[in-house]
Ligand binder design. Structure first.
Ligand code: HEC
Ligand code: HEC
Length: 257
């Protein structure tokens, strides 16, 4: 099965290489490539299958932890006291560590440190539900990740990971999402691999999917080894991936194939 995927991908990539890759720097959301029915599903909260996880995250947000507090004790009943514009800036520099921190890592930390609960595993259903609820509070906000100043070296390190070729197919993220975005890979038109809809619901797997799980799926697609969830590498990769989408609107929870 794996071998078959490789052959199909290689064949698809050879076809891609035959047509010159036009790199478009203007970011566009994966939403623009969706079929009409899938867009309609995303746009309607009642039919968007990602809303189930968001509802679960909302319940977690108001659940009292061992500290006697819930998230809403400090951030308001519906998270109103969180700054949606700032949520659209993640990953941000963590004041404590002076290193980038993803939104999922932030909510995982808050869950344990502020609420006194048992730690959540990165990319677990619970961590994703809570992240989806919190990022969903910023739906419609403009992605605005810092790339300069103290963030610059981290951004550059993320960019380097994005452009590093690996695996049996000797490809990088940029091989598909920069060089061939907007072009056909077999039956599918490639997107820029934007993260503005994450966590999102994947129809192909029937699951709420975090951006780092999607990174794993892409590494697997080009037969390279992924990094562990929540690792330094994935934090940097998420930083760069999110920043590539600066200017796009947050769609969480998006629906994708
Ligand atoms: C005891 C009060 C308290 C509780 C309980 C609490 N938080 Fe916080 N939270 C804070 C404070 C204080 C900050 C820091 C504010 C800042 O950095 O400006 C913060 C920061 C955050 C941020 C970062 C906001 C930003 O703009 O970067 C998020 C997201 C967040 N909390 C989510 C949660 C979630 C989810 C929970 C429940 C699991 C939770 N918090 C529980 C007090 C609390
Ligand atoms: C062999 C081509 C290929 C490579 C290389 C590749 N991807 Fe993808 N990626 C895809 C395909 C196909 C999809 C699903 C359709 C689409 O959105 O383009 C996808 C989707 C994505 C998405 C979801 C976009 C959305 O709107 O839902 C993200 C994020 C992503 N890729 C990131 C990455 C990252 C990070 C890397 C490097 C680790 C990478 N990809 C490498 C082919 C690739």
């Amino acid at each position: 099965m794996k071998l078959k995927t490789t052959i199909i991908l290689s064949a698809g990539f050879a076809t891609l290489c035959a047509g010159a890759g036009a790199f478009s720097a203007e970011p566009f959301s994966g939403y623009t490539l969706l079929r009409q029915e899938t867009r309609a599903m995303q746009d309607d909260d009642f039919s968007n299958p990602g809303m189930e996880a968001v509802a679960k995250g909302a319940a977690m947000f108001t659940a009292i932890g061992k500290s006697g507090k819930s998230c809403s004790t400090c951030h308001g009943e519906d998270g109103k006291q969180l700054d949606a514009k700032h949520l659209a800036r993640y990953p941000v520099l963590d004041a404590r560590t002076k290193r980038p921190i993803t939104l999922q890592q932030r909510v995982i930390n808050e869950w344990a440190e502020q609420n006194g609960n048992a730690p959540l595993k990165y990319e677990s259903d619970e961590a994703l539900a809570l992240e989806a609820y919190v990022r969903g509070l910023a739906r419609g906000q403009t992605v605005n990740v810092q790339t300069d100043g103290a963030m610059a070296p981290f951004y550059e390190a993320g960019k380097k990971l994005y452009e590093t070729r690996a695996g049996q197919l000797n490809m990088a993220c940029s091989s598909c999402h920069d060089d061939f975005a907007g072009q056909k890979l077999r039956a599918q038109v490639l997107s820029q691999g934007q993260t503005n809809g994450f966590p999102l619901y994947r129809l192909a797997t029937g699951k709420l999917t975090g951006s780092q799980t999607r990174f794993n799926q892409c590494y697997d697609a080009f037969r390279a080894n992924p990094y562990p969830f929540g690792s330094e590498e994935y934090t940097l990769l998420e930083l760069y991936a999110n920043a590539r989408g600066n200017g796009l609107k947050i769609e969480t929870p998006a629906v994708r194939f």
